[in-house]
Each structure stands twice: as structure tokens, then as C-alpha cells.
Write a protein that binds this ligand. Structure first.
Ligand code: ADP
Length: 202
């Protein structure tokens, strides 16, 4: 349906590479990458919503759903109006949203979800190490503190993993997140490129 966003969801714990891979995918014409964490981090910290984000993210907690969905809709509309994103034609790769079952239910009104790419690994410590490295490189305060990192994983297990149950099992593609960038990207492209091609030919 033209009124829905044609979407693929990237789902995986903190440090699984959603942002890194999402950015690479977003460089391809026909794909638009949206990272909810990045949109939040770009808010003016002295604005009301910027302050709400800081309050929750510094503890590794999720921002309340209503605020999150409002920020998401506003940003996507803005990207569309600015001509950066062509709704219905471009594949929207969502990274970091929906982040719990309630957000997934709300977004059912906005999205046609073609696929969920589940970035996984069976060794949480590897992801923790990645986060610590990134915290130093990018100055991310939420990932500089081990207790906050552990809480981000707990929040992921408790709130985000159930998002997988919201969608039919047949829509989920598991990709091993512990490979090289090129291998993970290749696996993701093998899932995503047929969808991009079908949107462009429609
Ligand atoms: P990462 O990419 O490292 O997994 P994000 O950058 O996506 O983490 O998110 C950073 C913080 O932004 C989260 O801990 C949370 O506070 C907030 N956030 C991002 N996306 C959402 C969302 N969909 N719902 C609620 N909070 C969110």
C-alpha cells in the first residue's frame, strides 16, 4: 500500500552492529536508514524532548513510547518533505525502533514490514567489548559505564526481544552478527536486495 512505509527492521542487542550495517545499507540508492538512537542523540539537549532523552538514556532505559513515536513520525515526515526519502519507493531500514511490543503494535498503522533481520550472537561479552570501544571512540556516555551497559542488555532481553513475537516467524531472518563487516553486510544484502528490487520495479 502506498500509504505505508515499506520497511525492514533491524533487531539485535546493543553492540550487534545495527547502526554500522544500517549506515552502510543507507548509502545504497533505494534504501533509507533511520536510527532512532541517532535521531535522539541529535536533539538539542536543552530542549524538552532532549532532556527527556538524556534522563532515560543515561540509565540505559527506553524513552517513553509516546515521545518516541512522535519523534519518529516527525523525523520521517521531515526526511520525506526534504526529498531524502521517497515513501513507498525507498526501502525504510529501521534501526532501534520498534523497541518493545507496544511500539510494534503502534507502528502496525504505519509500516508494511517486509522482513526482520535479527542480528544475533551467543556471546554477549563480545558485544559488551564492542560497546566499550565505541564509547571511547564516539564519546557515548551511556556505553562508558559497565552497569549501564548491563542494564541495556537487560532492557533488550525484557522489552525488545518480545518484538520478535509480534511478527510472523516466517518474516524473521537470523544473521550471525559476529562476522567481519563484509560478511555481515553480504548476509544482510542477500535478504534485503530482493525487496529493494521489487519496490523499484513496482
Ligand atoms: P544502540 O544503537 O547502541 O543499541 P541506540 O543508539 O539505538 O542504542 O539507543 C540509545 C538510547 O536511545 C536507548 O538506550 C534509549 O534510551 C533511546 N532509544 C532509542 N531508540 C528507542 C526506542 N525505539 N524507544 C525508546 N527509547 C529509544
Amino acid at each position: 500500500m502506498a500509504s505505508l512505509h515499506q520497511a525492514v527492521l533491524l533487531l539485535g542487542p546493543p553492540g550487534s552492529g545495527k547502526g554500522t550495517q544500517g549506515k552502510l545499507l543507507g548509502a545504497i540508492p533505494g534504501i533509507f536508514h533511520h536510527s532512532s538512537g541517532e535521531v535522539f542523540r541529535n536533539l538539542d539537549p536543552s530542549s524538552k524532548i532532549g532532556a527527556v532523552f538524556a534522563e532515560y538514556s543515561q540509565h540505559g532505559e527506553l524513552v517513553p513510547d509516546e515521545v518516541t513515536i512522535d519523534v519518529w513520525r516527525e523525523n520521517i515526515d521531515h526526511q520525506e518533505q526534504a526529498g531524502h526519502y521517497l515513501k513507498g519507493r525507498d526501502l525504510l531500514v529501521l534501526d532501534g525502533i520498534p523497541r518493545n511490543a507496544n511500539q510494534a503494535t503502534i507502528l502496525d498503522a504505519d509500516l508494511h514490514v517486509h522482513r526482520i533481520v535479527h542480528l544475533w550472537c551467543d556471546n554477549e561479552d563480545a558485544f559488551v567489548q564492542r560497546l566499550k570501544k565505541r564509547a571511547i571512540k564516539e564519546g557515548r556516555s551511556d556505553d562508558a559505564n559497565e552497569a549501564v551497559i548491563r542494564n541495556r542488555f537487560a532492557v533488550y532481553r525484557r522489552q525488545t526481544q518480545p518484538v520478535l513475537d509480534h511478527y510472523p516467524a516466517g518474516l524473521i531472518s537470523k544473521v550471525d552478527a559476529l562476522g567481519t563487516h563484509t560478511r555481515v553486510l553480504r548476509d544482510m544484502l542477500s535478504v534485503i536486495s530482493p525487496i529493494v528490487e521489487s519496490l523499484q520495479q513496482a
